[in-house]
Ligand binder design. Sequence first.
Ligand SMILES: Cc1cc2nc3c(=O)[nH]c(=O)nc-3n(C[C@H](O)[C@H](O)[C@H](O)COP(=O)(O)O)c2cc1C
Length: 169
Amino acid sequence: MPRTVLVAYGTTNGSTAQIAETVAEVMSKEGLTAEARPAASVDDVTRYDAVAVGGGLYAGRWHKDARRFVRRNRRELTGRPLWFFSSGPLDASASEKDIPAVPGVRRSMTRLDARGHVTFGGCLQEGAKGRIARMIVRNGKGGDFRDFPAIEAWAAGVAGELIEERGKN
Ligand SMILES: Cc1cc2nc3c(=O)[nH]c(=O)nc-3n(C[C@H](O)[C@H](O)[C@H](O)COP(=O)(O)O)c2cc1C
């Protein structure tokens, strides 16, 4: 009877945090109690009935805070309804087709029996941290490719699944 949902995120430039906030807001509107938290700041996963973990993609890997969160909490996460999301591509590809999880995330999904994964478009704008990030923006390859209607639809789908299960208990 999942009631309280944690949306934990790993971010460098804040765009995955905004995705996580949106996911939690939609879940709350659907009738769950949901909170978005930086993955590094969560110390007790047992307070939550279900968990979504999201990370920005950096060089083909999830943000380190998301990776560490999953490693640190693998026991508590196993057996809880669990979803993953990633945010990365700096083009429209994530809105056009299903982008599979990167290999590390795929392994974690198998290990922890996660129910699903989705890749959302990313965002990189003026003021982003890091030399490569600034170079991408300077070369005109940045932008905001987050598809909020798609993010909201995904969150509503996850919430619907949890609410349906709650009804059965
Ligand atoms: C150094 C660097 C490496 C990146 N590597 C990838 C990558 O491997 N795959 C991808 O889809 N996006 C990649 N991106 C784009 C980021 O994932 C995107 O900007 C994302 O929205 C960042 O999330 P954040 O704002 O939460 O940190 C990269 C961006 C930077 C600056």
